[in-house]
Design a binder for this molecule. Structure first.
Ligand SMILES: Nc1nc2c(ncn2[C@@H]2O[C@H](COP(=O)(O)OP(=O)(O)OP(=O)(O)O)[C@@H](O)[C@H]2O)c(=O)[nH]1
Ligand SMILES: [Mg+2]
Length: 272
């Protein structure tokens, strides 16, 4: 029968000073079960063992792998682009609320004219918060102009170029590539590759509440150059949005979803 490992077991092994294959194996398997790619999990485990297997050092071994972007500079025109349904519009509204609470002047541009109801949703919150909503880029101004874009099937020829033409017609716009943490690694890399002509500066990860494998964020950080700027979770609005912090992400990976029910689900991915 598959032996179940979790962070409690790893702690026990370390505290018993079992600096043996058992501890390394348990840690590697635990990280893989959290969505961390095998090669990266093994690297973290090696790093951990070279640091003397101190439990306090484990966090640092993960933190080192996560690249974050820090706060935006203002004024900024920020377009949320990404695959369909990942939470671009929702995250835009979370950001509008987050920054208006910090007394930034925020305006919204609704470029998604395709999705039924998208404009009405934005209008509702713009009215509630008393912020301007535009349907084109040229009129928008303020500390932060947030631009909602149409979801893009990035594997479909021409879709990303079309979006680029729409976004780069006017003043300079910074691209925030928005991705769901509940997406397979290969499609996360696919999105990063396919959207690269738009030269995104940073990433927002959404739907952290809808995955047991938030370790994919480590994979993306380790394998691509794009730093993570925001993490978002929860619905309905206001939900939760935070500037990405490697310690917070590490804490989530190590400690969340470790109860027995979630462990049984996650460990299905490890059993043959
Ligand atoms: N649980 C959870 N649901 C979310 C989150 N963000 C968005 N959603 C939900 O995901 C669905 C899609 O969200 P949207 O914000 O419309 O996504 P989008 O990327 O704008 O979608 P398109 O414009 O159609 O490409 C909605 O049902 C949202 O409520 C999140 O962080 N957690
Ligand atoms: Mg949308």
């Amino acid at each position: 029968m598959e032996r179940k490992t979790n962070v409690a077991e790893i702690k026990r092994l370390i505290l018993e000073k079992k600096e043996s294959a058992d501890t390394y194996h348990a840690l590697t398997r635990f990280l893989i079960s959290k969505g961390v790619a095998r090669s990266i999990a093994e690297k973290i485990t090696l790093d951990f063992s070279q640091d003397g297997c101190e439990l306090s050092g484990l966090k640092e071994c993960l933190v080192k792998q996560i690249h974050t972007a820090g706060e935006l500079s203002f004024p900024k025109r920020l377009a949320l682009v990404g695959p369909t349904g990942v939470g671009k519009t929702t995250t835009l509204l979370k950001l509008a609320d987050y920054y208006r609470r910090q007394h930034k002047t925020v305006e919204i541009v609704a470029l998604d004219q395709e999705k039924c109801g998208a404009l009405a949703q934005l209008q509702r919150y713009a009215d509630e918060w008393g912020i301007a909503l535009h349907e084109t880029l040229d009129q928008a101004q303020g500390d932060l102009v947030l631009i909602d874009t149409t979801g893009c099937n990035f594997y479909q020829q021409g879709r990303v170029d079309q979006l680029g033409e729409q976004l780069f017609a006017g003043d300079s716009v910074e691209i925030l590539l928005t991705l769901s943490a509940a997406t397979k690694d290969v499609d996360l890399y696919g999105a990063i590759h396919q959207f690269s002509p738009l030269q995104p500066k940073s990433l927002a990860f959404t739907k952290l509440d809808e995955t047991l494998a938030s370790g994919v964020m480590i994979n993306v950080s380790a394998k691509t150059d794009l730093p993570i700027r925001y993490i978002a979770y929860g619905y309905p609005l206001p939900g939760e949005i935070q500037l990405a912090d490697p310690y917070v992400i590490t804490h989530k990976i190590l400690t969340e979803c470790n109860n027995s029910e979630f462990n049984s689900i996650r460990y299905l991915t490890l059993s043959d």
